[in-house]
Design a protein around this ligand. Structure first.
Ligand code: WT7
Length: 654
């Protein structure tokens, strides 16, 4: 850590409160702060009682003997229990009227709709599970999944879980090299893929990428190909002896062979790769019972799910949000999930709002980066559609600046829908900080309070609590059910990354502050904190100030080494349409930041950009911007960069 977190200055002057409507509260699961407090206290003081009750609807084949064992840094939960995750997500609904309710409503990018009931989804999972067994995939073998947003990717994940084979889903935007490295890191035996996917009106050739990746993956025995597009749209080559057609394979399989494997609570459920700021991606390992419980209980309370809801999480299944809040959380709750194949701006920026109107979506869970993109396109797009079905909104992935929060609340939620700003990580498996929509008032830019069983704290480098209204490191004092268990194949890295910074606690890597009301404000990765003339400030604060200027669509702040100041502040800005990127604008923005935060935070350089370099999950890659600002070549992993040409253009403009 380069700077002392204790000195993080926070300048958010946000003091507005928003209340959930009485109509929302009346129907909510948790209806007041007192009710939340009671449950929260119970989750800490009588965890056995709490978790026993809250997991009552999950299918445990045998009950647990010990709730949690915490031998730092390793936690084990629900020891003694046996279960199968796919059984809790599917089989348990077959004896209820959820059997014929849609589990998935799929909207393709070209505009078709497919519905799959719980009964149908179960059938498909059973067939594929049987087929995988037929290929010799056994409990414990790894299965790699490289697919787009089609119902079959959910089938693939649950089929792997059904036979006890941990899956590793690799986001379909990754290049062959990244896919290869991930397959090799976990030595996957089978790859499930599809010929290609529609994206922004074009075709993404997934199978061809797999072909290149598996040239150098000795562990891979078979590649199973789902035909999303068909030979006439995208011809693919099938390698004799290695490649198998999904449909043909499933047809031959004996459904009797698709019974769920009973696994222990701590049996690996999946490995998901996440990139650190340096080094190769980490294979975050989640295990069966703890992860499933975390996803299940958080989905139920945070989204206040009902059978009548049409719930839409816009994340790709290739990210943890897709795992927890498109698959395991909602399906274990018997929810009806909308799944969209394509881009938010195809064929135009009205697509999300048309989908909401068409399918009467009631809950929308999306990311600040998407919200800012929508803001940039103006309020005319959402106005064209009927959004009256919506009752709850969610945000995840990065700090949401108060302006974007209010825009989302006003223009999408029409002032009627509570907004839950949920903080969590790939490593935490499920939401740890949030408000509960019917219980809490909301403060824009704050992620609210700890979820049940979660004990967060803000500390200095020595691990001492800093108190309210002071910046520091966000840590977690106690293990929660869905905490990652290790980094696949590298337990030492796990220990170092998460448990060496602060004695006896999990270190999140984020800087944060608790306001006087106890609400948490996460300012972002501690590595993103700048030190300008001795002032420590989170990049998010500066970005938030810039985005509050009426001409700014998106902003990224980075430090550039500076002899005088330690770090000079360089900001990259994209402007809203009809704004000129000229000297006068630079001056106006510089003054605006000085006004909003203080003179010390006045940017040393303002650079305009058409777009900012982002990861495929929409996070701005400040590390690359830092290199651009310093005028040096980028070293390190760029495999997560969505569009490399963005960086090339920024360099040209230098
Ligand atoms: C990091 C985790 C959580 C699933 C998607 C991203 C940042 C996430 C928030 C939020 C402020 C947030 C943190 C965190 N983050 N949600 N609501 N407010 N910051 O998962 O890629 O593992 O990233 O995203 O910095 O540590 P991830």
């Amino acid at each position: 850590m380069s700077i002392d977190p204790q000195d993080i200055e926070t300048h958010s002057h946000e003091s507005r409160w928003f209340e959930p409507s009485p109509e929302f509260v009346a129907k909510a699961r948790v209806r007041s702060a007192e009710e939340y407090e009671k449950l929260y206290r119970e989750s800490l003081d009588s965890p056995e009682t709490f978790w026993k009750r809250e997991t009552g609807d999950l299918v445990f084949r045998s009950p647990w003997k010990e709730l949690v064992e915490w031998k730092l840094p390793h936690a084990r939960w629900f020891e003694g229990a046996t279960l199968n995750a796919s059984e809790s997500c599917l089989d348990r609904h077959l004896s209820t009227d959820r059997k014929d309710a849609p589990a998935l409503i799929w909207e393709s990018e070209p505009g078709e709709t497919r519905r799959m009931t719980y009964g149908e989804l179960h059938q498909k999972v059973v067939e594929l599970a049987a087929a995988l067994r037929g290929l010799g995939v056994k409990k414990g073998d790894r299965v790699a999944i490289y697919m787009g947003m089609v119902p079959e990717v959910v089938v693939a994940m649950l089929a792997a879980a059904r036979i006890g084979a941990p899956h590793t889903v690799v986001f379909g935007g990754f290049a062959a090299e990244s896919l290869r490295d991930r397959i090799n890191d976990c030595a996957a035996k089978v790859v499930l893929t599809q010929d290609g996917a529609y994206r922004r009106g074009g075709v993404v050739p997934l199978k061809a990428t797999v072909d290149r990746a598996v040239e150098a993956t000795p562990s891979v025995e078979k590649v199973v190909v789902f035909r999303r597009l068909g030979q006439s749209v995208l011809p693919i080559e099938m390698k004799e002896g290695r490649d198998l057609d999904w449909d043909a394979l499933v047809k031959q399989a004996d459904p009797e062979a698709g019974a769920p494997e009973s696994v222990d609570a701590e049996h690996p459920l999946f490995i998901l790769y996440t990139s650190g700021s340096t080094g190769k991606p980490k294979g975050v390992l989640h295990t069966t019972a703890g992860y499933l419980v975390g996803a299940h209980v958080s989905t139920k309370y945070v989204f206040d799910l009902r059978d009548s809801d049409v719930y839409w999480c816009t994340a790709d299944v290739g990210w943890v949000t897709g795992h927890s809040y498109l698959v395991y959380g909602p399906l274990s709750n018997g929810a009806t999930c909308l799944m969209y194949e394509g881009a938010p701006n195809h064929p135009d920026w009205g697509r999300f709002w048309q989908i909401i109107e068409k399918h009467k979506v009631t809950i929308l869970y999306t990311a600040p980066t998407a919200i800012r993109a929508f803001i940039r396109q103006g309020t005319d797009w959402p106005k064209k559609s009927d959004l009256s079905s919506l009752r709850l909104l969610g945000s995840v992935g990065e700090p949401i600046n108060p302006e974007a929060w209010v825009w989302y609340h006003t223009n999408i939620g029409q002032g009627r829908c509570p907004v839950v700003d949920t903080w969590w990580q790939t490593e935490t498996g499920s939401i740890l900080l949030t408000t509960l929509p019917g219980a809490h008032k909301m403060r824009p830019g704050s992620t609210g309070l700890p979820f049940f069983g979660v004990v967060p704290e803000i500390v200095n480098k020595a691990g001492e609590p800093v108190g309210r209204e002071k910046g520091g490191l966000l840590i977690l004092r106690r293990p929660w059910p869905s905490i990652l268990r290790t980094v696949w194949g590298d337990d030492e890295r796990f220990r170092k990354q998460y448990f060496s910074e602060i004695q006896g606690a999990y270190f999140t890597g984020d800087g944060a502050r608790q306001d006087k009301d106890g609400y948490f404000h996460v300012v972002g990765r501690i590595d993103d904190v700048l030190n300008v003339s001795g002032h420590r400030i989170g990049t998010a604060e500066i970005e938030s100030a810039l985005v509050s200027h009426p001409s700014v669509a998106e902003a990224a702040a980075v430090g550039r080494p500076d002899e005088l100041k330690g770090q000079a502040l360089v900001v990259f800005v994209t402007l809203k349409p009809n704004n000129e990127p000229n000297e006068a604008m630079k001056k106006a923005l510089t003054e605006h930041v000085a006004q909003e935060i203080g003179k010390f935070a006045r940017p040393d350089a303002v650079r305009f950009a058409e777009s900012l370099p982002k990861t495929r999950s929409g996070k701005i890659m400040r590390r690359l911007l830092k290199d651009v600002a310093a005028g040096r070549e980028s070293t390190g992993d760029t495999s997560t960069l969505e569009d490399y040409s963005v960086i090339a253009r920024l360099r040209e403009e230098d």
